[in-house]
Design a protein around this ligand. Structure first.
Ligand code: WT7
Length: 544
């Protein structure tokens, strides 16, 4: 599947044609929704939603076009327009879909935030983005609003007084004429050595998102598609919203929390045909046993795929027992904007492998054949990120001298061309599929008066993949007891929210440093796991 560059360019140019609007450019909201309405498919179901309390709602493509159009009109009325960042901090309710698409229609940049973030991660991200507005609920905003915000800034409360009437009074606004390079999405991803980074994607990314939904997930118009990813992360935006709509599928959305019995019932009731979930969810389903899936009619299910963290071989085989088909792994990143590696539907799955590059993508491993090295991708492709917001240096560092995009992941290649995930080349933590940067957590721990130094690592966990663990060196004279550990966890949860806060605190007399003063998280992790310590030649004396 390694295509020469001119072939790839021609491939993507052809892929863009059906998604291009009548003004000659591309707009994600038009490609995902309006083009179906324009083609007479407006009455098809776009979203089938189940609420926490069992309520349900169905929105057709025409409904979604209208609702997002009113939202775009509301933004316009507030003077929020092309290029402005509109963040969303919302539970998984229909309004979230209308708000995201509405922002895109208006030419704004949609920046989803994770509802399990606390005030500090929210402040950092809203400030970095220079967000012009956030769309949220009164309850979430009352609990999480940071003390300092960009200026000017509007908090749009979707359950606020008069909200519905205000929207109903507006004429739905059409899509603004955007082009492939106009910024559309801003997703925050973690850094190891600094604050979170904002990865930008242009409207043209929808071209690769659409193609990969078709080629890597096997999605077709009329399919019923369920992506369990949280809407606050990139998978939730790309495969929980944009790509399946662009294909013409029906999205299934569930507001509730993970619950095996409810999940199987939902797969059966909605007759889900393609399902995209995570290794953590699959491992939790494995724990709930095989009786449950066997009691449900899952015959509509044609394809099951997973993403975000390593999918263990046992999970793949378990999928065969539970669903009558293996689980297909897929690999990508916030930066790549769409699936890059997968075993295509219908092709045999080799458990423990990520599969092959999707059509239009060239991937390689920077190592001798069969050995582990950095996984790299050959630009350009339509959903390739445009860079990190206000961070030239990190954006540039993502490329080798001869122009390959560096994933920061280590991989290996089988003789048959399949890629295997080996590990990350950095200190990033993957907990329940969410990327957590140690620096962000360490910074908040350092605010605590008892803490002299902190180092945060991912401790392997049989269900979550990894959980966040903090090593803390205390200031002179402070005693590290259980009460202090609890106090530190409480402090971290208050500031960071449950998504980022450490689960465990370990007190240490001192933390290992390199001679240049960097904390050697890798060494702490190796010691914690009883693994070889590797190259410790840069270790500073006294770090033991
Ligand atoms: C990192 C990207 C995948 C999009 C949503 C998360 C890890 C991703 C796999 C996989 C093992 C995987 C990598 C990657 N990852 N897919 N199939 N097997 N690891 O995007 O938050 O930017 O995380 O997730 O380490 O670099 P992200």
């Amino acid at each position: 599947m390694t295509a020469a560059a001119p072939d790839r360019a021609a491939y993507w140019a052809a892929e863009a044609v059906p998604l291009t609007g009548p003004w000659g450019g591309v707009n994600m909201a038009w490609a995902a929704v309006d083009r179906h309405v324009a083609a007479g498919r407006g009455d098809r179901p776009a979203l089938r939603w189940t609420g926490r309390d069992g309520a349900t709602a169905t929105l057709s493509y025409a409904d979604l076009s209208e609702a997002s159009g009113r939202f775009a009109a509301l933004l316009r009325g507030l003077g929020v327009g092309k290029g402005n960042v509109v963040a969303s901090l919302l539970p998984r309710r229909p309004v979230l879909y209308a708000a995201a698409l509405g922002a895109l229609r208006a030419g704004c940049v949609h920046a989803p935030l994770f509802a399990a973030f606390g005030p500090e991660p929210l402040r950092l991200r809203l400030t970095l983005a220079g967000a012009r507005a956030v769309v949220t609920t009164s309850a979430l905003w009352a609990r999480k609003a940071p003390a300092s915000l960009p200026d000017p800034f509007d908090a749009l409360l979707v359950d606020g007084e008069g909200w519905e009437d205000r929207l109903a009074a507006l004429e739905p606004a059409p899509c603004v004429s955007t082009g492939p390079d106009d910024p559309a999405l801003l997703h925050f991803t973690s850094g190891t050595t600094g604050a979170p980074k904002g990865a930008l994607h242009g409207h043209g990314a929808i071209v690769a998102q659409h193609a990969t939904a078709r080629d890597a997930l096997g999605l077709r118009a009329g399919d019923v598609f369920w992506c369990t990813a949280d809407p606050g992360w990139v998978t939730g935006t790309v495969y929980g919203l944009l790509a399946p709509l662009a294909v013409g599928a029906t999205l299934v959305a569930d507001e509730g929390d993970f619950d095996p019995a409810r999940w199987y019932a939902l797969l059966e009731r909605e007759r889900v045909s393609v399902w995209y979930t995570t290794p953590t969810a699959i491992r939790m389903l494995m724990r709930a046993g095989l009786d449950l899936p066997r009691r449900h009619d899952l015959s509509a299910l044609r394809h099951v795929a997973s993403v975000g963290e390593p999918l263990n071989a046992e999970a793949v085989t378990w999928g065969e027992a539970a669903f009558g088909r293996p689980i297909h792994d897929t690999w990508w990143q916030t930066e790549t904007g769409a699936i890059m590696l997968a075993t295509p539907p219908g092709q045999p799955v080799v458990p423990g492998t990520l599969g092959f590059p999707v059509p239009g993508i060239e991937a390689d491993v920077l190592a001798q054949a069969g050995e582990a090295g950095e996984l790299v991708l050959r630009p350009p492709w339509p959903s390739m990120f445009q860079g990190y917001l206000h961070d030239e240096a990190h954006s540039r560092a993502c490329f080798t001298d001869d122009g390959w995009y560096r994933s920061g992941d280590l991989a290996r290649r089988d003789p048959d061309g399949r890629f295997r995930f080996v590990g990350r080349a950095d200190d990033m933590i993957k907990t329940s599929g969410h990327l957590v940067g140690p620096f962000e957590v360490e910074s908040v721990l350092l605010e605590h008066p008892a803490v002299a130094e902190a180092a945060v690592i991912g401790r392997p966990d049989p269900v979550a993949g990894e959980v966040v663990e903090a090593f803390v060196a205390l200031k002179a004279g402070v005693v590290g007891d259980d009460a202090l550990a609890r106090d530190l966890v409480a402090h971290a949860r208050r500031r960071l929210g449950p998504a980022l806060a450490p689960r465990a605190i370990a007190f240490a007399d001192s933390l290992p440093h390199t001679r240049s003063g960097k904390i050697l998280r890798r060494l702490l992790k190796a010691r914690e796991l009883g693994l070889p310590e590797g190259d410790t030649s840069t270790l500073q004396d006294g770090g033991r």
